[in-house]
Design a protein. Structure first.
Length: 282
């Protein structure tokens, strides 16, 4: 399967990043979002990233011009009719995703590959809710997409060999390092990361140390680039809470149970960097 034109559904933080790396790799890329303001913010985010890259000497003016020339934006599903691959990066709600797939299927070719950037939902379940389960897989990118090298390629029970191989090769063509992840909640990275983050909150709740000392301990003692509570603020406490609940529902293992403090911080709107306050104030 040859990929020439890529559609990215959703122009939030992840969707805009995915659209940027796709366009930078030479693919004609169409990023779509029904929310016009979200679409405009995402486009502005891409332009700023490229401008900052030029200022730092990490991106040439030619590379920036090429990326922007390959990129277009739309609020209409019909504009994605010629896409060979669609990467869905909308909210982590299965009903919203399924409704989007139905609208896309009415607009695109029966041969178009669908993928989801979900970090927690079952790829097989999403695939089964479409008319192309053999042409459906998972591509889980990491934030910030232009900088993070890893992509988890997730194969549903129904994903064909050709689709899987196409997605793996496409990921490599973006300059990323793909790994094959099982279709289980959390895949590989979050399966290992989420229990670590949740346990850091439990340790803080139980008085193991201050926020600063817990973070400094893991940074200086284990060589991590940031401590777990700083990372929680970066990821988003609401996102972590949501993923933890899905993983607990699947595995019924206490290590995936959200600590009471996490639930209360989310209810209080202390979501991390994006809200201005989480474990730290910004």
């Amino acid at each position: 399967m040859q990929i020439r034109t890529v559609g990215v559904l959703g122009c939030g933080l992840m969707g805009s990043g995915i659209a940027q790396v796709s366009a930078a790799a030479g693919y004609k890329t169409i990023v779509g979002d029904l929310n016009k303001k979200m679409l405009e913010r995402g486009q502005a985010r891409i332009r700023k990233f490229l401008e900052d890259g030029i200022a730092k000497g990490k991106v040439t003016q030619e590379q920036s011009d090429t990326t922007l020339a390959n990129l277009s934006a739309t609020t209409e599903f019909a504009a994605m009719k010629d896409c060979d691959l669609i990467i869905e990066a909308i909210t982590e709600n299965i009903d919203d995703k399924v409704n989007a797939y139905k609208l896309l299927e009415a607009a695109v070719s029966p041969q178009t590959i669908f993928t989801s950037n979900t970090s927690s939902l079952c790829i097989t379940e999403l695939a089964a809710r479409t008319r192309r389960p053999e042409l459906f897989g998972g591509l889980h990118f990491f934030n910030p997409v232009p900088l993070m090298k890893l992509v988890e390629v997730v194969r549903a029970l129904t994903t064909s060999d050709e689709t899987y191989q196409t997605l793996f090769a496409f990921t490599q063509s973006l300059g990323k390092e793909p790994i094959t992840a099982p279709d289980k909640p959390g895949f590989i990275v979050n399966r290992l990361l989420v229990p670590y983050l949740l346990d850091a909150i439990r340790c803080y709740e139980r008085g193991l140390g201050t926020i600063e000392d817990i973070d400094k301990g893991m940074k200086l003692g284990c060589g991590y680039p940031m401590g777990p509570l700083t990372l929680l603020d970066f990821v988003g406490l609401d996102t972590t809470y949501y993923i933890a609940n899905i993983m607990f529902d699947e595995y019924k293992d206490p290590m995936f149970a959200a600590p009471p403090l996490l639930k209360r911080m989310v209810l209080a709107g202390k979501l991390g960097r994006k809200s201005g306050e989480g474990f730290y104030k910004y």
